[in-house]
Ligand binder design. Structure first.
Ligand SMILES: NC(=O)c1ccc[n+]([C@@H]2O[C@H](COP(=O)([O-])OP(=O)(O)OC[C@H]3O[C@@H](n4cnc5c(N)ncnc54)[C@H](O)[C@@H]3O)[C@@H](O)[C@H]2O)c1
Length: 324
């Protein structure tokens, strides 16, 4: 486990996972440098509110900087003696990538290449890279294992994440940069993303509006509580691997209809469900094999889905000042 006296750059630190990771690192006594461009993919107020909670820590510095701008990023490296990098900033969202493919080339591929190159130049000790379960694409063998041969991404988001994994491998192979790639499986929890299923469903159910259920409710996903993901990230940055790819999942996939039922129970309301066909690009099943995470990191997911949804709904109500 990583402890104080380390300066860690967390990109995307005002984002959902980045906020939880940065907070954990700060609570452990590390110095944290956050870089985030606070873009408006979803309401930037949520990002500002997360950042405000981090800014309270004297060991936290926050830069509103775009990683695509390598000269601006170089200034961050020159001013701060960065030991390690956790690279979480990215354009997320499989569905968004259907209509906005070009963002994924610049925000994910180019931005990651900029950061890998700076990491090489500034002799960074350890680089943790956020990837995604979506890289498993059309593979229908479960649980998904890190050494599966990946050839079938179904969205530009997934392809961009796979490209980042490959570029990271090159930086390890040629320059010895220590890299841990973490494939996250459907993170959810307090301070979550407004484009996520949980946030959208909770929002609609609490407003008494119908919800759209894609693939006629047949999806099955391995939802991972954000605190478990953040623990895994902190464990990963505390260990130096040469180049490893590690799944961070919950190991217990849940059917979408059951997921919705749990949200309804928590809110004490039933919702009208509009059953819809699948959206192209969406992966219909995810299930992580987390043997490697257990063995290499000592990772163990602790928060079950019922408890996780309860915690999210509590946060949602308090953040949006909803009383019922
Ligand atoms: N949330 C999930 O379920 C999930 C699943 C798999 C993978 N991931 C990956 O985990 C990482 C974090 O995801 P998240 O859910 O916290 O998303 P998020 O959108 O909440 O956070 C990403 C942050 O990065 C920032 N950002 C984006 N492009 C940037 C740029 N060019 N320069 C600087 N900042 C930039 C955004 O403003 C945002 O605050 C991403 O790499 C995402 O692809 C997330």
């Amino acid at each position: 486990m990583i402890k104080n006296n380390c300066t860690i750059l967390v990109t995307g630190g005002a984002g959902f996972i980045g906020y939880h990771v940065a907070k954990k690192l700060l609570d452990l006594g590390n110095r944290v440098i956050i870089v985030d461009n606070f873009n408006n993919y979803y309401n930037p107020k949520l990002k500002k509110d997360r950042a405000k909670r981090l800014a309270i820590y004297p060991n936290c510095k926050i830069y509103r900087t775009d990683i695509r701008d390598i000269e601006e990023m170089r200034k961050v490296f020159l001013v701060n003696k960065i030991d390690k990098i956790i690279h979480l900033a990215a354009q997320a969202g499989v569905r968004y990538s259907l209509k906005n493919p070009l963002f994924y080339g610049t925000n994910n591929v180019q931005a990651t290449l900029n950061l890998l190159d700076l990491a090489k130049q500034y002799r960074i000790k350890n680089f943790v890279l956020a990837s995604s379960s979506s890289v498993y694409g059309k593979l229908e063998e479960f649980p998904s294992q890190e050494d599966f041969n990946l050839k079938t991404p179904t969205s530009l988001y997934a392809a961009s994440k796979q490209a980042c994994e490959l570029m990271a491998h090159v930086y390890n192979h040629l320059y010895g940069l220590k890299i841990t790639v973490l494939r996250f499986f459907n993170a959810y929890g307090p301070w979550g993303r407004p484009d996520s299923a949980l946030y959208i469903f909770t929002d609609k159910i609490s407003k008494g509006e119908p919800i759209e259920v894609y693939n006629f409710g047949k999806a099955e996903k391995d939802f991972t509580y954000v605190d478990d993901i953040a623990n895994g990230v902190v464990l990963a940055v505390g260990k130096e691997h040469d180049y490893e790819i590690i799944n961070l999942g919950n190991d217990r996939p849940i059917h979408l209809m059951r997921y919705i039922e749990l949200i309804e129970n928590e809110l004490g309301r039933k919702v009208e469900k509009k059953m819809m066909p699948a959206i192209p690009g969406d992966v219909q099943k995810s299930c992580a094999d987390i043997t490697k995470a257990r063995e290499l990191l000592g990772y163990e997911p602790r928060v079950g889905i019922e408890e996780g949804i309860k915690r999210f709904v509590e946060w949602y109500k308090s953040y949006h000042k909803i009383k019922y």
